[in-house]
Structures are given as structure tokens and as C-alpha cells.
Design a protein around this ligand. Structure first.
Ligand code: ASP
Length: 599
């Protein structure tokens, strides 16, 4: 076709107004109908799909080439746009009123038979999708997700720029800092036996930038955490990280609202209502059993301990006597048969409950339940009133230690109340987190991270476990989109917090001496936040998994089936880094080699 531009129009851009125009298109053969005569091809490029018509007998076309077209051949064509014959228009397609009668065709690159069909309606095993991610990305769903992600990031940058923030990059080879997760380590060749860590977030660098006089910083930052992978978690992920000097909590929440609204408008075309609702950490836990409640529906957890204060029902009485609690939810008109109700009890047990009581409210208000005979009239009336129960409703009650009850009922609430295919967006700020939470071994650990300011230093000194922090989360539809806090800017308070966290003064000095020193040179009060971009976009795109939003993610087991990472490296590479593998690793390799050669 000679040396000139292969395409002058996007396939998806053609409309009725273009009838009569001559266009050059280039893209991929998405679908092909070839019954020996005229060949119809859906030509796809990054703008969409248009039908092209190839007559093998037409002048300028080779019948062999036309009939030789296969799925995903990369081709360039030229021809005239014409209206589709009446009755053959496709109203579901933006270009459905027209087609292109092709008179020039060039195969730019043929394609091998595909490992799977590139059709959004065909379910393909995820490992296979990732192994051929470059093909998977050609599917409309993935192509649209990439566009949405880029638009979200572009919008965030625009908002941050408008608000006067400066985009600054921070290093990715850093010293290990405790932020709650396991670090990824990178061996140093020049300092054998020494390691960098990949940042879990740019936390300390953005604080250094505040000390450095940058009053408003942001970054689209890649972060790494070596944690077990889940639907909403990958080893590496992207945050919109920001920080402001002379700021308090309200300044941060205002920026966050502005960002969230702008991104929602961009991707969903709707404007969320402001201000976003707020719940304290305590209230969120009490009412929804979690610090990231899904507020798209009610079904709140209700304390019924006083209703059963004098109960003759042994199971409840014993729990209450031992200082436990009885709480319940009104799950609404579930209409479950006995087996379904028993299934709920099983589910509660699997979540750690000793039991779960179900009560169905019958037509005339009587209660049907295996425990109904143990409840007196006052308890029945109290229960119905407290839970706002109506005929047909199913009530679920649990008695145990408070946190367990809240957790199990919170999970059941999500099982039973999650609105399917709901388009609604429920934003929420959770505030007033504690500074610390109990760790596995009784030692306090940071509820957020060690650089978070307590609301009141005196209270923290007296009773660290009870102290509240100036920390906050942004939640959307039951998912934590990100966290932030006001930071400690007083080196003495920072040292105290590290001590409460169990760092002996010498160790704190060795690991964070540089940071404690930095705080001593006129540090402005500062505060910030980080929004998980992958999570945010996945929710706005109604995707169940952040892997759908990440171009090249890892599988659940942390591998990349396409490039084969992680992989072994040569002895020479290890030697250069001063690293020898431990005998147990070599033994496992030997076993694996034997296992595979014996097959
Ligand atoms: N560095 C924190 C995080 O990644 C966010 C922040 O406190 O700004 O969760």
C-alpha cells in the first residue's frame, strides 16, 4: 500500500455522517463471516469496531488473501464508507449504521491460532489470561479498564495540580521502615550483605518533603508489600499519595472529597453528595461490625443485652453473666427454608461463632425459632421492637464476647445484604481510630503507622491502649480506599510512640535516628493520605478484582505466568551480591528436580 499513513480514522469513530467518505483503517480481525463469497469482518482498533466488507472478486483484492484472513490478523484496509443495507443495521454498535466497502487490503501481520477466544462473554481461566495478557488486553473489557484507569489518574493529577500540589518522585530503593507489612528486600552489590527495601509507601519521604519546605506534595506512587495476595491486594500497587504542611484532619478530608467526586464524575458521570458521611471507628464497629462498612444498605447490628438481662434462656444468660453480649440483626424477608436457616448457623460457626439463633416473624407476629419456647413475652416484645421486626422478617441473634459477635454479625450482614448489581456509591469517612491495637503477642502495634499523631499526648501516656489518633480512612461500598493521618511533628512524642511500640531507645536511634533528627529542625505540623488507585478504579468499574485494573498483575500465588517471575538467578549473579542460598532451599530444588525427572 506504499509508504504513507496506514490509518486516518479510528474504526470505532465512523458514523452515518461519514457515508461517502474514503477512509484508511488499521486494526485486528475481531470476527469474520466467510461463506465462500463476500467476506464480512469486524475490524477492531483502540477506538472500537466497524464492519468491513471484502469482495474477493473486486479489483485490487486478492481472493486468496481475503479468504486467508483469520482471527486477530493485523490488517490495514482502505475503502468507502456506505450505509448498511436496510434491515442490517446494528443498533448495539456505535458504528452499526455503516460499513466500509474495502478495495485495498494489506495483511500487516498474521496471527497464530489463538489460545482462547477474545470475547468478553467467554470465561477464560485466569492463569491462561495472564500467560497471554497481551491478547487478553485486546478484549473490550480490559481495553476499557485501561482507559478508565488512565482517566482516573489524569483526573487526580488535574485536581492536585489545581489545588497547588507539586508532583515529586521519591526513591524506590530505601531503608526498611515499619509500616505494618513485610518488606521486599533488594540486595546491594556494592555493599554486600546490605539490603535496600522497596517502599511500602513513600511515608517518611513525604514527611521529609514537608520538613524540606514543600508545603503540598503528591505522587502517583508505586508501593510494595510482601503480603498474601487477595482480590483487592497485589504485591505492588499504585497510590495517589499526598501530604500538606500546616494541615489538620479537615484539610485532608476536604481534598479527598474533591478528588473522589472528580474521579467519580469522570468514570461514572454522577456527582456524589457532599459532605461524605462520617462514622467514628467505634461506631462503625458497633453498628456494622467492621471499620469499613458497606453503607449501601442498613441491617445494623443492635445490642439486645438489656432485653435479655433476666432471661431464662441458658445460653444467653451464661454469656451475659460472663460479661459477654447479645446482639442481633434484622436480615429482612429472607424467605429461607429450614435448610437455608441451618446454613446460616453453619456459616456463623465457620466464622468462629459457637452458635447463631434464627427467629422468623410469622404472619400474625408470632415467632418461629428453635429457641422460641425459652423466650418470655417481654423478651419477644423487646426483640421485635428493638429490631423493628415485621411479619416475614428473619432475625439473627448471637451471644458471645463483644468483638466476636460484632465480627460474625458484620460478616453475615454482608452475606445477606450486599446489593447485587447495585450502581450506587456509598462513600464514608471513618475517623477517630485508636493509636494502637493489640498485636498477636500482647505488644501494642500501630493501628495506622508509627508516625500518626495521638489526639492527646497525656491520654496516650496514661493509657496507650485507649488513646485515639488523628487518623482516618476513606471507605467506598465496604472497601477501604485508603488511609491517612495527622503526623507527629514533635521529636519527643515520636520517640515516645516508638518506645510504646517496643523499640528500645538505642534501636529507635539506630533505625530512626536520622528521622528523629530531621524532626528537630523546625518541622511544620503536617498531615496526609494515600488513595489506593487500583481499588478505587476497580469499584468504579464494577470489577470484582483489582487484577482486572492492573495491566500486568501477579497471580494469587505471586507469579507472572507470562514472563515467569519470580525466577532463579545464576550462581554468578548471587556471588556478585555476596549471597549463598541456604541448604534447605537447595535441598528443595534437588527434590523438585528429582520429582520432575521421575515422571
Ligand atoms: N503511608 C500511608 C499508607 O500507605 C498513608 C498515609 O498515612 O498517608 O497507608
Amino acid at each position: 500500500m506504499g509508504a504513507r499513513t496506514l490509518k486516518d480514522r479510528g474504526a470505532g469513530s465512523l458514523r452515518r455522517e461519514d457515508v461517502g467518505a474514503r477512509v484508511r483503517l488499521a486494526g485486528w480481525v475481531a470476527r469474520r463471516r466467510d461463506h465462500g463469497g463476500i467476506v464480512f469482518v469486524d475490524l477492531r482498533d483502540h477506538t472500537g469496531v466497524v464492519q468491513i466488507v471484502l469482495d474477493p472478486d473486486a479489483e485490487g483484492l486478492s481472493a486468496e488473501v481475503v479468504h486467508g484472513l483469520r482471527a486477530e490478523y493485523c490488517i490495514a484496509v482502505a475503502g468507502g464508507v456506505r450505509a448498511r443495507p436496510e434491515g442490517t443495521e446494528n443498533p448495539d454498535l456505535a458504528t452499526g449504521a455503516v460499513e466500509v466497502a474495502v478495495d485495498e487490503l494489506e495483511v500487516l501481520s498474521p496471527a497464530d491460532p489463538l489460545p482462547f477466544q477474545l470475547d468478553d462473554r467467554v470465561e477464560v481461566d485466569e492463569v491462561r489470561r495472564l500467560q497471554y495478557r497481551y491478547l487478553d488486553l485486546r478484549r473490550p473489557r480490559m481495553a476499557e479498564n485501561l482507559v478508565a484507569r488512565a482517566r482516573a489518574i489524569r483526573t487526580m493529577r488535574r485536581v492536585m495540580d489545581e489545588l497547588g500540589f507539586l508532583e515529586i518522585e521519591t526513591p524506590t530503593l530505601i531503608a526498611s521502615t515499619p509500616e505494618g507489612a513485610r518488606d521486599f528486600l533488594v540486595p546491594s552489590r556494592l555493599q554486600p550483605g546490605h539490603f535496600y527495601a522497596l517502599p511500602q509507601s513513600p511515608q517518611l519521604f513525604k514527611q521529609l518533603l514537608m520538613i524540606g519546605g514543600v508545603e503540598r506534595y503528591y505522587q502517583v506512587a508505586r508501593c510494595w508489600r510482601d503480603e498474601d495476595l487477595r482480590a483487592d491486594r497485589q504485591f505492588e500497587f499504585t497510590q495517589l499519595d499526598f501530604e500538606g504542611a500546616f494541615w489538620d484532619q479537615e484539610d485532608v478530608l476536604e481534598v479527598l472529597e474533591e478528588l473522589a467526586v472528580a474521579v467519580t464524575e469522570e468514570l461514572r458521570g454522577v456527582t456524589p453528595r457532599r459532605p461524605f458521611p462520617r462514622l467514628s471507628f467505634h461506631e462503625a464497629l458497633e453498628r456494622y461490625g467492621t471499620d469499613k462498612p458497606d453503607l449501601r444498605f442498613g441491617m445494623e447490628i443492635t445490642d439486645l443485652s438489656d432485653v435479655f438481662a433476666g432471661t431464662g434462656f441458658r445460653a444467653f444468660a451464661e454469656v451475659l453473666a460472663a460479661g459477654g453480649t447479645v446482639r442481633g440483626i434484622n436480615a429482612g424477608a429472607l424467605g429461607l427454608a429450614r435448610s437455608g436457616l441451618d446454613g446460616l448457623v453453619e456459616r456463623a460457626r465457620a466464622l468462629g461463632a459457637k452458635g447463631l439463633v434464627w427467629i422468623v416473624v410469622e404472619d400474625h407476629g408470632e415467632l418461629r425459632s428453635p429457641v422460641a419456647k425459652f423466650l418470655d413475652d417481654d423478651e419477644r416484645a423487646g426483640l421485635v421492637a428493638r429490631l423493628g421486626a415485621e411479619p416475614g422478617d428473619t432475625l439473627l441473634l448471637m451471644a458471645d464476647e463483644r468483638l466476636l459477635v460484632l465480627e460474625v454479625l458484620g460478616r453475615l450482614r454482608l452475606d445477606l445484604g450486599r446489593p447485587e448489581g447495585h450502581d450506587e456509591l456509598a462513600y464514608l469517612f471513618v475517623v477517630d481510630y485508636p493509636v494502637f491495637e493489640p498485636g498477636d503477642d500482647g505488644q501494642l502495634v500501630p493501628a495506622h503507622h508509627p508516625f500518626t499523631a495521638p489526639v492527646d499526648v497525656e491520654t496516650m501516656r496514661r493509657n496507650p491502649a485507649e488513646a485515639l489518633a488523628k487518623a482516618y480512612d476513606l471507605v467506598l461500598n465496604g472497601t477501604e480506599l485508603g488511609s491517612g493521618s495527622v503526623r507527629i511533628h514533635d521529636p519527643a512524642v515520636q520517640a515516645e510512640v516508638l518506645e510504646i511500640l517496643g523499640f528500645a531507645p538505642e534501636e529507635a536511634e539506630r533505625r530512626f535516628g536520622w528521622f528523629l533528627e530531621a524532626l528537630r529542625y523546625g518541622t511544620p505540623p503536617h498531615a496526609g493520605f494515600a488513595v489506593g488507585i487500583d481499588r478505587f478504579v476497580s469499584i468504579l468499574r464494577n470489577e470484582p478484582n483489582i487484577r482486572e485494573i492492573i495491566p500486568f498483575p501477579k497471580t494469587q500465588s505471586g507469579q507472572d505466568p507470562l514472563t515467569g517471575s519470580p525466577s532463579r538467578v545464576s550462581d554468578a549473579q548471587l556471588a556478585e551480591l555476596g549471597i549463598a542460598l541456604r541448604p534447605e532451599v537447595l535441598a528443595r530444588w534437588a527434590e523438585e528436580a528429582e520429582g520432575s525427572s521421575g515422571e
